[in-house]
Design a protein around this ligand. Structure first.
Ligand SMILES: [Zn+2]
Length: 308
């Protein structure tokens, strides 16, 4: 059977695409940082061992790094310049104003190369969905939802999901961004807070008990965006039944009402029981139910990894 491994030329008209390349594993965060970019390769190996990367309707695609134009759609010019200087691994004191050089967002060699390639992977998926060559695209090296236009945060340097949404909007798509990571998607919410062309929905652990300390129910958007930011904070200890009750009551009706052309999903797995950085106690059964529920809408899905 033909195998489209790491080949960016698509042969099928409607395909489920896994976006990855070995270069994404060349720039690990420093050992002291709990965030491990090697997860993406492990995800790929697991999917491959289960036979989920082969078949007529599946393809593997290597990402293109995000271009300057794509980065500037969201990120501030001075912040990008600081990121490029930091790429050599040299820390400058003023970088702290952009949250670069902190415990969560250390300065390390290759950090800009990694971040632009990881962000480019989500943008690559968005382009494949926008031109109709993919129905589902998954970038396990994505979901950097804490990055703001001018600063890093929570292991995130460049906000790939914002740029993925922007790519879809530029192609005329109506976008709904759903974030099921245990942390609130503060960077994504801020990007679209005054806009109605992207609805953002986040389910997460209550911000009074977890980073980044935002995502309360009264954060609903502003101006034209009023009503298009939705937050579902849940308590420490949230387990499958509680989560799914909230998901069915709030998230699914909103997706029906908004009628998006494309769903963008940040599928952080740090809601699972035992995650060392958070307090939910969920099992992976929730992911099965959430993904199956989203597939029922029959819309293209751009999915990314996230925390965990
Ligand atoms: Zn997270």
């Amino acid at each position: 059977m033909f195998r489209n491994q790491y080949n960016s030329s698509m042969t099928e008209s409607k395909t489920n695409v896994f976006i990855h390349c070995p270069e994404l594993e060349q720039y690990p965060y420093p050992d002291a940082c709990p965030f491990k970019t090697s997860r993406a390769g492990k995800v790929r190996a697991m999917l491959d061992s289960m036979g989920l990367l082969t078949g007529a309707d599946k393809a593997e695609v290597a990402p293109a790094a995000a271009t300057e134009r794509e980065l500037l759609r969201f990120h501030d010019k001075d912040y990008l310049a600081a990121m490029r200087r930091a790429n050599a691994g040299d820390f400058e004191m003023e970088m702290l104003h952009m949250s670069l050089g902190t415990g969560d967002c250390p300065v390390f060699a290759g950090m800009y190369d990694y971040a632009t390639l990881a962000a480019g992977a989500t943008i690559t998926g968005a382009k494949l969905i926008a031109d109709g060559s993919a129905t589902i695209a998954f970038n396990p090296s994505g979901g950097y939802h804490h990055a703001f236009s001018d600063r890093a945060g929570g292991f995130c340097y460049l906000n790939d999901v914002v740029m993925g949404c922007e790519t879809l909007i530029e192609a005329g798509k109506r976008v709904l961004f759903l974030d099921i990571d245990v942390h609130h998607c503060d960077g994504v919410q801020a990007a679209f807070y005054e806009r109605a062309d992207v609805m953002t929905i986040s389910t997460h652990q209550d911000g009074r008990t977890l980073f980044p300390g935002t995502g309360f129910i009264d954060e609903i958007g502003k101006g034209e965006g009023k009503g298009y930011a939705v937050n579902v904070p849940l308590p420490i200890g949230t387990y499958d039944d509680i989560y799914l009750k909230a998901f069915r009551a709030v998230v699914l009706p909103l997706i029906h009402a908004y009628e998006p052309d494309v769903l963008v999903l940040e599928a952080g797995a740090d809601t699972l029981a035992g995650d060392p950085l958070a307090g939910f106690t969920m099992t992976n059964n929730v992911f099965v139910e959430v993904v199956n529920s989203l597939l029922m809408f029959g819309k293209p899905i751009l999915a990314t990894g996230g925390g965990g």
